[in-house]
Design a protein around this ligand. Structure first.
Ligand code: ADP
Ligand code: MG
Length: 682
């Protein structure tokens, strides 16, 4: 890290470790880290994902199933009743502004000591008018004033409550307010009459009214989009400046002949994309291209052939995948493919699970040019990796990587050409913005011989039918994916889990078929092993979370069963479904859910990723476009691409003006924005 940058970071103290916030001890620190909070900035921008509006109800008008909110003073010592199976119940009377009401709450025995006579509480629950009792689902301390109270709700983790988070955030704002980074240049701050960052954060975490909340949110969204668009604009401009890339001389014959070594006929779109890449590789300007194509459209082969062309002209290539499972799969596929080629390049795989010695050896070979193609995760662009002559970098599933990684790629090697692949069909207007710095090739045509996937919606009570369908597939020697939203049971969720499904599937099929699981908490090597076994059909039923969502390719898998399908966004379901229907057997996808049938209906109607993503945008904003966990190119903390499109467009224009305005060249904020791209790993 340069001295300049070090000073900057010190000045922009938002990078300060959260442990410096008063009240955060080692135990809380671990929990905060677990939910991705490391720095002061992370903490204060851990925005509520929802606000609960607390407003006193009129009990007389409450319907039996309606949620009611009432406040008052505890009038009687709570009585604790204990039942079998650890169940308990607290009963007490509450004096409210409109009379006395009984309150019961289950499983809060621990609250008894705090509910002394005279304590002010807010009770949330359901009112039974005949008994004059509120059965509470939650009790908070305090009173409601006569207006409504807006309560932020945060994503928490076991051991770290909403209250803890709120306290930490407010302490941080109080003590370290001036250390929080702010990415809006003064000029725009004044132009739009924005409040300062600290004030806006204060409001978002403690909203006094809906109106003020909305204003503060707009300010923070603008800031987030401004910083994002600044980076995109910066990348675009720097590409323009450094036009000159590697100018290769590869004859068209190489291009033509290599296609014949591929065991299948390329589709027209694949050929076109390849030609566009060939033109980039042999042309003067540096390649900066996005290869977009729906799941299963066959992007990988295009990338492999691009790397082959690069190899034939004497340069090294690096292929980056978002997960080790995927990197390993690419490695095996590539080795397999090159077996048919006369002059095969030397291909190696770099993995996190390798020993230090093994890694050192690979680094050494990369530096001396003994490796032609290296495959791995983003470890490939870490600082300690040096290449002899890196000519081409390919990133698979680009949307999983962030814009900062794009910048990091730019600084590797001497102007390597870059090919980004993405299966996420982003509606065009959005794509133009977030990938505004790239050229685009699109693969629309699916490989020949693909049979459309049949999608079924089933309710949980129809599980027998589903098992019967599974049995049919297994009898035909096909394999099956089973997906659950969770790995293991958790106290506040009733979602289906991978572990529970393993038991169920073993009961149904265990005597005849091999069943195994794979999930994100397993070590990389263990995951790879299971995937390898599944590929080789040593496992017939693979149960997993969404870890297999990205890119895994097993053509003999002809069925996918997704439990609690309503827990997933449509784009995730589409990505998951794309794991089957890859061979030439007719494939099935079964979505099991007892709710949200209307939304899931879309999956039955179409297999067009663009249509599905449009629908997803309409229904939920961009939030779930990239899976349950937001990451990569569109991971915004507060902005939402669809809802905030107008702000995005404004931020795009403003950040561009700001970038090219030389009078602000010395502005340290500009440098911080640029530096931040080269030094963060997200
Ligand atoms: P994605 O675009 O989702 O990354 P892949 O590159 O993994 O898709 O391709 C999916 C499958 O289709 C792979 O098994 C691949 O070998 C196969 N495939 C790709 N192109 C063709 C083609 N032109 N004809 C037949 N099969 C193809
Ligand atoms: Mg792929």
């Amino acid at each position: 890290m340069s001295i300049l940058c070090y000073n900057m970071l010190e000045k922009w103290g938002g990078k300060m470790d959260v442990s410096s916030v008063k009240g955060i001890g080692p135990k809380s620190l671990l929990l905060l880290n677990k939910i991705g909070i490391h720095t002061l900035d992370d903490l204060v921008t851990h925005y509520p994902f929802r606000y609960d509006i607390l407003k006193r109800s009129n009990l007389q008008e409450a319907l039996p199933d309606e949620k009611v909110i009432m406040d008052g003073k505890v009038e009687s010592v709570p009585i604790l009743l204990r039942f079998k199976a650890g169940l308990n119940k607290l009963n007490f009377r509450l004096v409210t502004a409109t009379g006395v009401v009984g309150v019961s709450i289950f499983n809060r025995a621990f609250m008894k000591a705090n509910l002394t006579i005279g304590t002010n509480v807010i009770v949330i629950g359901k009112y039974d008018a005949t008994k004059n009792i509120i059965t509470a689902s939650d009790i908070k301390f305090g009173l409601l004033n006569n207006q409504e109270k807006i309560e932020p709700v945060y994503h928490c983790t076991s051991g770290l409550t909403n209250k803890n988070l709120s306290t930490f955030i407010n302490t941080a704002l109080l003590m370290n307010g001036k250390d929080i980074s702010d990415f809006i240049p003064e000029f725009y701050q004044e132009k739009y009459h924005f409040s300062n960052k600290k004030t806006a954060l204060n409001i978002v975490h403690n909203p006094p009214s809906m109106e003020k909340l909305k204003d503060a949110q707009i300010r923070l969204k603008y800031e987030e989009l401004f910083a994002f668009m600044f980076k995109i604009n910066y990348l675009k401009e720097s590409h323009k400046k450094e036009q000159a890339g590697i100018e290769r001389t590869i004859s068209e014959e190489v291009l033509e002949s290599m296609i014949h070594y591929v065991p299948f006929e390329l589709t027209g779109d694949q050929k076109t994309a390849l030609k566009e890449i060939y033109n980039d590789l042999t042309g003067k300007p540096r390649m900066n291209r996005l290869l977009q194509g729906d799941v299963g459209s066959g992007k990988t082969i295009v990338a492999i052939l691009a790397m082959y062309l690069n190899y034939k002209s004497g340069y090294q290539s690096a292929l980056m995948a978002p997960t080790e499972i995927l990197a390993t799969q690419h490695y095996h596929n590539i080795c397999e493919l090159f077996r048919n080629f006369p002059e095969a390049p030397r291909v190696e795989l770099l993995k996190g699970s390798q020993t230090k010695k093994e890694k050192q050896e690979l680094y050494q070979k990369l530096a001396s040019g003994e490796i032609d193609i290296i495959i791995g995760t983003h470890a490939l662009i870490q600082e300690e990796v040096h290449y002899q002559n890196l000519g081409l970098v390919v990133t698979d599933e680009q949307h999983r990587f962030g814009v900062n990684q794009r910048a990091l790629l730019n600084s590797k090697g001497f102007m390597p050409d870059i090919l980004y692949m993405s299966a996420t069909p982003i509606p065009r207007t959005y794509a133009l913005t977030i990938y505004g710095d790239m050229d685009v090739s699109i693969i629309k045509e699916m490989p020949k011989g693909r049979m459309p996937i049949e999608t079924y919606l089933k309710r949980e009570e129809e599980i027998r039918d589903v098992l019967e369908m599974m049995n049919e597939e297994l009898k035909q020697k096909h394999q099956i994916y089973v997906i659950a939203p969770l790995i293991e049971e958790s106290e506040n969720s009733d979602m289906t889990t991978v572990l529970a499904l393993r038991d169920k599937m073993n009961l149904a099929f265990g005597s005849k078929y091999k069943i195994d699981i794979v999930h994100g908490k397993m070590a990389g090597a263990a995951k790879d092993l299971i995937m390898q076994e599944f590929k080789q059909n040593q496992i017939q039923i693979l149960i997993s979370t969404t870890v297999i969502e990205v890119g895994v390719d097993v053509p003999n898998a002809s069925m996918m069963v997704i439990f609690d399908a309503h827990r997933f966004g449509l784009s995730t379901l589409h990505q998951l479904r794309g794991r089957v229907g890859r061979g030439n057997v007719k494939s099935k996808c079964v979505l099991i859910s007892n709710s949200d049938a209307k939304r899931l209906e879309v999956m039955k109607e179409t297999t067009d990723g663009f249509a599905i993503s449009e629908e997803d945008f309409k229904l939920r904003g961009h939030g779930d476009l990239f899976g349950t966990k937001q990451s990569g190119d569109m991971s915004f903390k507060i902005a939402n691409l669809r809802q905030d499109f107008k702000i995005l467009i404004q931020a795009k224009k403003d950040s561009f003006d700001y970038l090219v305005d030389t009078s602000t060249d010395k502005d340290s904020l500009k440098k911080v924005l640029i530096e931040s791209m080269n030094h963060t790993s997200d």
